[in-house]
Design a protein around this ligand. Structure first.
Ligand code: G3I
Length: 315
């Protein structure tokens, strides 16, 4: 059985997974290393993880994931430099002038992207900047700094790590619609201003049987702007319990997402948001739902894993 990472590489793509640093031993580590050519720390690189106390950095979890990747010939997707969630409480609880907040943000980017300079394949520089209607999210950054924070973040990331591909990432932008139209217009504006945006990430937290029919066309229209695209956090959730029929549908759904990426030349790869159901955020956030990943709780491959392999099969 050919490892998924090799199938993906042979098709000119990477297949990645989010991982949890504290679990990278035993069977979990074995599957992560054998099957995936890229890893994303699920939480360990978020601002709230690396600088809980202002000025005191803890890189333990992030370092562990990067070291694991380097030991197993994997790329790293850095996630994420600027996000409104999982911020340290000293950031959210502070009262900052615009100038001060902008400096905090760019200093944070310089510290983190600088620490891993040359070792990160893609950085999710800004995560989830948009509202559902495609307008700018009034997060602490959006409300205080306006849209300019996005350009400033990308410029700071480029300065800190010139080799990393810099991504703008969001959810519910997978289909053509109001939110992805907002993202499309935003990327166009940023490129017109000379902002160093290299790629757009589509999280793809999807629902069983509901892979958007416009996914491929959507990826293509962004690629046509002159940026790379990637599926960055794929999972496909179902109402529990999982039945054979649901798992068969999920197999088809995973395959169709992989095929959409393969159909678009500038689609760099696909990352699943946890490869095992035992390491998925879904049951905690959507009570009664789960079984969203390609391996079950006991690390046995599910039909979804075969769907990925079939989509990535040599042509
Ligand atoms: O680390 C603490 C632990 O000490 C404590 O005992 C436990 C009790 O709840 O919580 C642990 O923290 C949790 C953390 O994951 C690590 O497991 C947080 O409560 C929990 O909220 C956090 O959830 C993460 C979530 O982002 C937060 O928004 C998920 O693991 C992570 O998969 C998820 O990832 C996000 C992406 O970054 C962005 N896109 C959406 C995606 C899914 O929400």
């Amino acid at each position: 059985d050919t490892p998924l990472r090799d199938l993906a590489e042979a098709r000119g793509r990477y297949l990645g997974t989010a991982v949890t640093a504290g679990k990278l031993t035993g069977g979990y580590a074995d599957v992560a290393a054998a099957q995936f050519g890229s890893v994303t720390p699920g939480n360990e690189m978020k601002w709230g993880s690396v600088e809980r106390t202002q000025g005191t950095y803890d890189w333990t979890g992030a370092d562990r994931v990067v070291a694991f990747a380097e030991a197993h010939g994997q790329r790293v997707r850095g996630h994420t430099l600027v996000w409104h969630s999982q911020l340290p409480s000293w950031v959210t609880g502070g009262t900052w002038t615009a100038d001060r907040l902008r400096t905090l943000m760019t200093d944070h980017i310089a510290a983190e992207a600088g620490r891993y300079k040359g070792r990160i394949d893609h950085w999710d520089v800004v995560n989830e900047p948009l509202n559902e209607d495609g307008t700018l999210r009034r997060s602490i950054f959006g409300a205080t700094l306006g849209e300019s924070y996005i350009a400033d973040a990308f410029r700071a990331a480029r300065a800190a790590d010139p080799a990393a591909k810099l991504y703008l990432n969001d959810y519910s932008t997978d289909a053509i619609g109001a939110k992805s139209d907002g993202m499309y217009a935003l990327v166009k504006r940023l490129l017109a201003q000379g902002v160093p945006v290299d790629g757009v990430g589509f999280q793809a937290h999807l629902v069983l049987g509901q892979v958007p029919s416009s996914l491929e066309a959507n990826l293509r229209r962004f690629a046509d702007l002159g940026v790379d695209v990637a599926i960055t956090e794929l999972d496909i959730r179902m109402t529990l319990p999982a039945t054979e029929a649901k798992l068969t549908q999920q197999k088809a759904d995973y395959a169709s997402v992989l095929r959409a990426c393969l159909a678009v030349t500038r689609c760099a790869g696909v990352t699943v948001w946890g490869f095992t159901d035992s390491d998925s955020w879904i049951p905690d956030f959507f009570p009664g739902q789960g079984a969203a990943t390609p391996y079950d709780e006991a690390l046995a491959p599910k039909p979804a894993r075969a769907g990925i392999a079939e989509a990535l099969a040599p042509v």
